[in-house]
Design a binder for this molecule. Structure first.
Ligand code: BDR
Ligand code: CA
Length: 311
């Protein structure tokens, strides 16, 4: 099995990805770590506890970043994910409680217990990973790989013309994480916009997921309304599930190697630029960070079909 810590801000597409992980026999979900992003961090933690509880899985949840490292916090996008992160539904409070340690410490501790084994999959703003790097810089040698859903290398952003939401929400954290020398894969909008989870497929998925399925269906309906109104898409892009797909189905993706530069200030804050390792550049400021496997293409239809198969 593949041990994973999933760093998340659930969030509708995060909830889909958490369900995928819980349904995959190849995955050992070591823990969920939460961050602000789609919702306030307390809500993200509640949802992480609730989703795992609905699936009857006793997976540790550690709460993390409440705010960006440097930039001024802004309210979460309730019109996209609902104020509760799950499309505004009245759900009971979870009975389980979060871990006593914070997310960054949880990540450091687990990677110390199991050096070289754990894959960190991060699908929200990157404060927890940035703090883990600061708590223990040697973590770069102890993770198996870091897989980040974030950024856009060849296409535009989704919150500004330049920036994707996870990077935009904490560009300073993203800069630290994406320039660190750990084995890393970037799964950005270049590929996540290629998969669409359509209403018929979602219905079939929900029908196989019991109580959890009802929650996924309700949140999907809310999220899909946003997609239809804002983007004219019938369904939704399962962004965060694409990061899970990269771990379990890498053959769906095409990747290129490059260094990633994150813009932290000005109108292009949150922009991710790639300096390909195939080229020599005059300015070596671009090539200082680690080398990242950047997803540049994905078979979107196969990805959506795979999601349904797993769920
Ligand atoms: C990313 O931003 C969030 O809204 C989604 O959950 C996903 O992680 C897509 O840009
Ligand atoms: Ca997310």
């Amino acid at each position: 099995t593949i041990p994973i810590i999933f760093d998340t801000d659930p969030g509708v597409d995060d909830a889909q990805a958490i369900s995928l992980l819980m349904a995959s026999p190849e995955i050992e979900l070591v823990g969920l770590t939460t961050t602000f992003g789609n919702v306030y961090v307390e809500t993200a933690t509640r949802n992480a506890l609730l989703l795992t509880e609905l699936a009857g899985q006793d997976i540790p949840v550690a709460q993390g970043a409440a705010y960006p490292l440097v930039k001024t916090p802004f309210p979460p996008p309730a019109w996209i994910h609902g104020a509760d992160g799950l499309g505004n539904q009245s759900l009971p409070d979870p009975t389980r409680k979060p871990e006593a340690v914070c997310a960054a410490q949880f990540i450091v501790d687990k990677t110390r217990e199991r050096p070289g084994e754990i894959t960190l999959v991060a699908v929200g703003p990157l404060g927890n990973l940035a703090t883990a790097l600061q708590l223990d810089p040697t973590i770069v040698d102890r993770v198996k790989r870091v897989v980040v859903m974030g950024g856009a290398v060849h296409t535009g952003g989704n919150v500004t013309p330049a920036a994707e939401a996870n990077i935009f929400s904490d560009p300073h954290a993203a800069k630290r994480v994406l320039s660190a020398a750990w084995p890393m894969t970037l799964v950005g909008l270049d590929v996540t916009h290629k998969a669409v989870l359509d209403p018929a497929r979602m219905k079939r998925i929900a029908s196989h997921q019991g109580e959890l399925g009802k929650v996924l269906q309700h949140s999907f309906d809310f999220y899909a309304d946003f997609y239809e109104g804002a983007l004219g898409i019938d369904g939704c892009c399962p962004h965060d599930s694409c990061a899970v797909a990269w771990v379990l189905k890498p053959e769906l993706f095409k990747t290129a190697k490059g260094h990633i530069h994150v813009v932290t200030e000005g109108p292009a804050e949150g922009l991710t630029l790639m300096a390909s390792t195939d080229r020599d550049y005059l300015d070596d400021r671009w090539t200082q960070g680690g080398i990242v496997d950047v997803c540049v293409d994905m078979d979107g239809d196969a990805m959506a079909a795979w999601m349904e198969e797993v769920l």
